[in-house]
Write a protein that binds this ligand. Structure first.
Ligand SMILES: Cc1cc2nc3c(=O)[nH]c(=O)nc-3n(C[C@H](O)[C@H](O)[C@H](O)COP(=O)(O)O)c2cc1C
Length: 217
């Protein structure tokens, strides 16, 4: 029997797990993010710290990709990457970024917008040392976002740097390190039935506290 063609338009999910109201989020969206993050971790969601990072060139052209959240420091969201990558270049042109977490098993989304800057060299060093050896070599071996002729060049680079640093240990490449995103907007989204979702938005005001509003889904 021929397989039925997949009709993407017919895929739908009704969300019924939970609800979110204005009081639940409290006054501090970072604390509430940490609560939701802990719940997502407890739910053993795969890649719970994976987030979409959107950057934009100075001409307005947006770009998005997944990166891993590596910590929440005060109010800042930390991730690590190659400073010479496309995203690194876009950030140096325009420090405004957006992050999105989607925890589908909990029917939750968190959107974050803010500005980004590099973490200190000492912070990047400390995190770099904690990475497995293979990832540390990889940071040297991959000219992230550059076109390469073939896969072999990565293997050749990997072998070259493995040998080069065999005795000295693997230093952090100068082009590799962290960024901190300082949010000025955080939205918590909880899926509800019949597309009548809950959306609670917290926006930082001039006094540094957060104004709260509910958005229509
Ligand atoms: C689950 C997942 C996690 C990722 N984590 C990171 C990360 O933490 N840092 C990073 O530089 N790239 C990470 N990547 C790869 C990026 O999505 C992207 O391919 C790479 O950073 C190059 O992006 P760019 O060319 O836009 O700079 C991850 C990809 C996936 C699918």
């Amino acid at each position: 029997m021929p397989e039925k063609a997949l009709n993407i338009a017919d895929i739908r999910q009704d969300y019924r797990l939970s609800a979110l109201d204005e009081t639940a989020t409290g006054a501090d969206p970072i604390a509430f993010f940490e609560k939701w993050f802990a719940e997502a971790s407890t739910a053993q969601i795969n890649d719970v710290n994976a987030m979409t990072l959107a950057t934009a060139e100075s001409n307005g052209m947006p770009h998005a990709r997944t990166v891993l959240l590596k910590g929440v420091d005060g109010a800042d969201f930390i991730f690590y990457t190659n400073y010479d990558s496309s995203k690194g270049r876009e950030i140096s042109e325009n420090p405004k970024v957006a992050l999105v977490f989607y925890w589908k098993e909990l029917e939750r989304q968190v959107r974050i917008e803010g500005t980004v800057e590099k973490v200190t060299a000492a912070e990047s060093d400390a995190y770099f040392i904690s990475r497995p050896e293979g990832s540390r070599i990889g940071a040297w071996a991959s000219p992230q976002s550059q076109p390469i002729t073939d896969r072999e060049i990565l293997d050749t680079n990997y072998a070259k740097y493995t040998e080069q640093f065999a005795v000295t240990g693997i230093p952090r490449p100068p082009h590799w390190g962290g960024y901190r995103v300082t949010p000025n907007l955080i939205e918590f989204w909880q899926g509800r039935s019949s597309r009548m979702h809950d959306r609670i938005l917290l926006k930082k005001n001039d006094t540094g506290t957060w104004d709260k509003s509910r958005l229509a889904p």
